[in-house]
Design a protein around this ligand. Structure first.
Ligand SMILES: C[S@@+](CC[C@H](N)C(=O)[O-])C[C@H]1O[C@@H](n2cnc3c(N)ncnc32)[C@H](O)[C@@H]1O
Length: 234
């Protein structure tokens, strides 16, 4: 279900309408219109049986809430994969590895990604066998995987060639990409706002000095706010 040379993202969800605004009003939507990638939103209920298209059931052993059942998930995911295809099938879960910029960069080089958005109490354990990866957005629990899949899709798609104005430079110096540090402080017009002035160096036109200033500031900011992401040699 993917097209050679272009990233296809399939998002499987029980709340497909949640993606309307995301796809219509965003840079991600524009990327699709420009032909930088394809995004398909798939309703899990289309793969469920019975008049109510049930996708969840009570939990064996007891406990509150309902769990997503195997049959619709296996049918839905398998329907997106061509024979022998090695797509990245991503289960969204608070129990997954924390999604980060390095992962977004790696995934932006793939041809086919399938996101699985959970709901209710989550997935029957056996559904995990469909996934190649399990990613979390952070150490908190949301009601569904839609916002996680949308956030990850955004982080991936903006890295695709031609999506952001400014080419590769637009993302090269950003936080987490630039040698793993945060981005240096940036300023725009006016030069003086309520006594807060743009640093003189940024108005000097000396690109080598500006570059050195930005590197130093990026490091300083990272030490101050995110010392946890600094490697011993930075
Ligand atoms: C209410 S949560 C299930 C939580 C599960 N019972 C637990 O305690 O780990 C329902 C769904 O939301 C999604 N979800 C919730 N929090 C998430 C997070 N931090 N990162 C990624 N997905 C999340 C997952 O798809 C999950 O299956």
């Amino acid at each position: 279900m993917c097209f050679k040379g272009m990233l296809t993202i399939d998002i499987i969800s029980v709340q497909p309408n949640m993606f309307r605004g995301f796809l219509e009003e965003s840079i991600v939507g524009r990327a699709v219109k420009k032909g930088a990638c394809r995004i398909n939103i798939i309703n899990l209920r289309d793969f469920a049986e019975g008049p109510y298209r049930k996708v969840d059931d009570k939990i064996y052993g007891g406990g509150p809430g309902m769990l997503m059942m195997c049959p619709p998930w296996f049918k839905a995911v398998e329907s997106r994969l061509a024979e022998g295809e090695s797509a990245r099938v991503i289960m969204t879960s608070p129990a997954g590895r924390k999604f980060d910029q390095r992962t977004a960069e790696e995934l932006s080089k793939s041809e086919h990604i399938v996101f699985m958005c959970g709901h209710y109490e989550g997935f029957d354990k056996r559904i995990e066998t469909l996934a190649t990866d399990m990613f979390s957005l952070g150490d908190f629990v949301m009601t569904g995987g839609e916002l996680a899949a949308a956030a990850m899709t955004d982080a991936i798609v903006r890295l695709l060639p031609g999506v952001l104005g400014g080419g590769v430079e637009a993302t090269a110096n950003e936080s987490f990409s630039n040698g793993g540090v945060l981005e240096a402080p940036q300023y725009t017009h006016p030069v003086d706002f309520r006594g807060m002035k743009v640093p003189d160096i940024l108005l000097s036109g000396d690109h080598a000095k500006i570059e050195a200033w930005r590197r130093a500031k990026a490091l300083e900011l990272t030490r101050e706010r995110r010392p946890d992401i600094l490697t011993p040699n930075s």
